[in-house]
Design a protein around this ligand. Sequence first.
Ligand code: PMP
Length: 419
Amino acid sequence: DTTIDDSVFAQNESEVRSYCRNWPTVFGRARGSWITDTEGREYLDFFAGAGALNYGHNHPVLKEALLEYISADGITHGLDMATVAKGQFLETFHDKILAPRDLDYKVQFPGPTGTNAVESALKLARKVTGRESIVSFTNAFHGMTLGSLSVTGNSMKRAGAGIPLVHATPMPFDNYLDGTVEDFSWFERVLEDSGSGLNTPAAVIVETVQGEGGVNVARAEWLRGLAELCKRRDILLIVDDVQMGCGRTGEFFSFEEAGIKPDIVTMSKSISGYGLPMALVLIRRDLDVWAPGEHNGTFRGNNPAFITATKAINEFWSDDQLTRDVHRKGRQIDEVFSTLSERHEGLSTRGRGMVRGLVFDEPTLAAKACARAFGSGLLAETSGPSDEVVKLLPPLTISTEELDRGLGILVDSVEEVIA
Ligand code: PMP
């Protein structure tokens, strides 16, 4: 049966449900850059599973690998036993991703989602250094569990959570207040102020581009400055690449452009390549001080996800074609958004690679534009502290024509709501 009465959701599912309120329909199937509802309406998907589908829905090569694995009674659960699927992933990740980039990390499987990776990174940083506090940035997003939430700079999301587990000090992100906070003098002052109570933190956690925070792009020099400060003061640098990793900004790791080497990296979302739950923590080899069993969890090594993740690396990261495509399509989006911003006061644009934001001076218009776009067959979401940014995360594999078509829908929607 491919249909369902949509009242079943309101009657049975918690009030916490959210995306389905913006997209009031029931989805059935999806392929490539398209998702279809049970009425047969097709939508171009510029949200791509919140960034979990960089290679689109049901990519045929990945699907074939998965079907083959299931047909052969491959192991489907997720305990951290040694399996062939896991071994192949580790080998491929090392040979095709880490080694060519001269990166030397051990890989930890912390649990199924991004927030599990962040929790684990925070715990490890505290264990390694014997210190407690963590520095995070204004408008950062690191997850919805208590530890990751305590380093998330979004008061609405924190409101229901009570006391944070980690003493986190927010610092201005790059270009905060339109660039009036230019350097790290703030940071140095707080570190040196014995009254701040911060002492030396265990780690700094940072996104190179804040996705949920409104597509705020850190400059490469700013990231290098941060890495240098951390090194000089013996503070661990955690890059949260959950949303910006796996090619979203062009390179496999979003920090490659800045030429920095974080001590710890968190990944999830698109790492399985197929929208399957999977997360990684990359740990500088000498920092891997975990004792066996110290960070456990039932669903840590999702074997079907290893199969598609390995296939995705072989398929998309054996050459630099995807990187070039992402930069080209990113420019395509930027041109459309720049033209739109020049034509209308109260609009501006920012982004890197294929994460692009259209920023509205009047926040409510961003949601209205997305609602209008949904009516015309496009999924796009807002982000930013006031939901003032339309954030685009189309599949990296989208065709130029599909991208054009989706951008056309969005432009028409924006012009309609600001008219
Ligand atoms: N870190 C970042 C940068 C994210 O964007 C997200 C998810 N939006 C998370 C962590 C949390 O990931 P998950 O939702 O899988 O727990």
